[in-house]
Design a protein around this ligand. Structure first.
Ligand SMILES: Cc1cc2nc3c(=O)[nH]c(=O)nc-3n(C[C@H](O)[C@H](O)[C@H](O)COP(=O)(O)OP(=O)(O)OC[C@H]3O[C@@H](n4cnc5c(N)ncnc54)[C@H](O)[C@@H]3O)c2cc1C
Length: 336
């Protein structure tokens, strides 16, 4: 049993910053995340995109922001349970909570802070019967490390920013040997700049673009070898490929947290804006996962919510102690 002061469910930017604010109050945190790495949406969806609305940074790559948040949290030595989803919660007689993960790891603390963002990430999968046979054997739904595709032939499917941006990136950076972009329509949903760039790359023969077509079957002995594309007019096209990467977005799903007895509205946890507490005393919800009138799903709002929620958590843990707000400029950072 892992024991701590605060169990944070979700190691996205908001959960990570909460570790720092908790540390200033001398409270220890342990984070649980179903993803194998910290950073939430920033690491999983857009690590290489610049963010322009983090106070004090005119521009910062999402991945860099996560690295900085990890550095900022480091003096307070947070614990991590990664690659495991928090599935169950139980309240003990002493008022503390036990949170259990999909792999059976148990955590105990008087406070639970849910920073679960959009919930457990579930990629939208295309309806191809054979796809499950090739998952992790040539089929990936998210590009985590572009280097994985060095020298490979990749079929990317989709018409949004992810499909366009990754097709451009893998070819322009000379990572993939060949990129074939398949889209069911001849118009794209992505940024106009990216659409034009893909068209230019297709015209110069650097990307093979197949529109008005869908991937309908996958073939291979032990791993993916061929992608079958069905074109509206030309019929079946067989493309030799090492990877098929359908980038159709991620489905927001609150996952198991939705069954914990918390008040839910619009697929998010309803909170009291006084301290971002939920209807269950001792459980708070901060960041994208919460809902209240005027809510803005922005990183900076999540930072604020976590800071306020932790003051309230401190008062619950130490009802006899008065917390006096101290500036970091005056007190510095006294790590654990
Ligand atoms: C393409 C894109 C661009 C964006 N640009 C900006 C921008 O410019 N500025 C801005 O402010 N915001 C931007 N956002 C929004 C911003 O990313 C989110 O507001 C932010 O990530 C919310 O942080 P969070 O920590 O609340 O949640 P998340 O980043 O969603 O992290 C939540 C974490 O909780 C985990 N989790 C959920 N449920 C469980 C469970 N049961 N067990 C274990 N782990 C769980 C998830 O795996 C995830 O890692 C953008 C979003 C996208 C998709």
């Amino acid at each position: 049993m892992i024991k701590t002061d605060i169990i944070i469910i979700g190691a996205g930017p908001v959960g990570l910053f909460a570790v720092f604010e908790a540390g200033l109050l001398k409270l220890k945190c342990h984070l649980i995340d179903s993803l194998p790495q910290p950073g939430g949406q920033c690491s999983e969806i857009y690590p290489k995109k610049p963010i322009y609305d983090i106070p004090g940074f005119a521009s910062v790559l999402a991945g860099e922001l996560v690295d900085n948040l990890m550095l900022q949290a480091a003096p307070f030595k947070p614990g991590f349970t990664l690659g495991e989803a928090a599935t169950d919660i139980e309240k003990r007689a002493d008022g503390s909570f036990v949170v259990t993960t999909s792999k059976g790891t148990q955590h105990n603390a008087p406070i639970v802070m849910i920073a679960g963002g959009l919930g457990v990430f579930e990629p939208r999968k295309p309806p191809i019967a054979s796809i499950v046979n090739f998952e992790d054997k040539g089929v990936e739904y998210i590009i985590k490390d572009p280097e994985f595709y060095r020298g490979k032939t990749c079929v990317i499917a989709g018409g949004g920013d992810s499909a366009l941006d990754w097709s451009i990136f893998l070819i322009e950076k000379r990572i993939a040997k060949k990129v074939i972009l398949v889209h069911r329509s001849s118009s794209f949903r992505g940024h106009l700049d990216s659409v034009q760039k893909v068209i230019d790359l297709a015209d110069s023969g650097k990307i093979k673009l197949i529109t008005e077509a869908e991937v309908t079957d996958l073939r291979g002995e032990n791993a993916l070898e061929e992608v079958i594309v069905t074109h509206a007019k030309q019929g079946e096209i067989v493309e030799k490929a090492d990877h098929f990467i359908p980038l159709f977005g991620l489905k927001p799903s609150l996952g198991p947290i939705g069954n914990w007895g918390l008040e839910i509205e619009k697929n998010a946890i309803k909170v009291n804006t006084l301290d971002y507490s939920t209807n269950i005393p001792g459980i708070y919800a901060i960041g994208d996962v919460n809902s209240y009138e005027g809510k803005l799903k922005l990183i900076l709002c999540g930072f604020h919510e976590g800071t306020i929620a932790l003051q309230s958590a401190f008062a619950r843990i130490h009802p006899d102690k008065k917390n006096v707000l101290k500036y970091t400029t005056v007190n510095g950072i006294n790590g654990f």
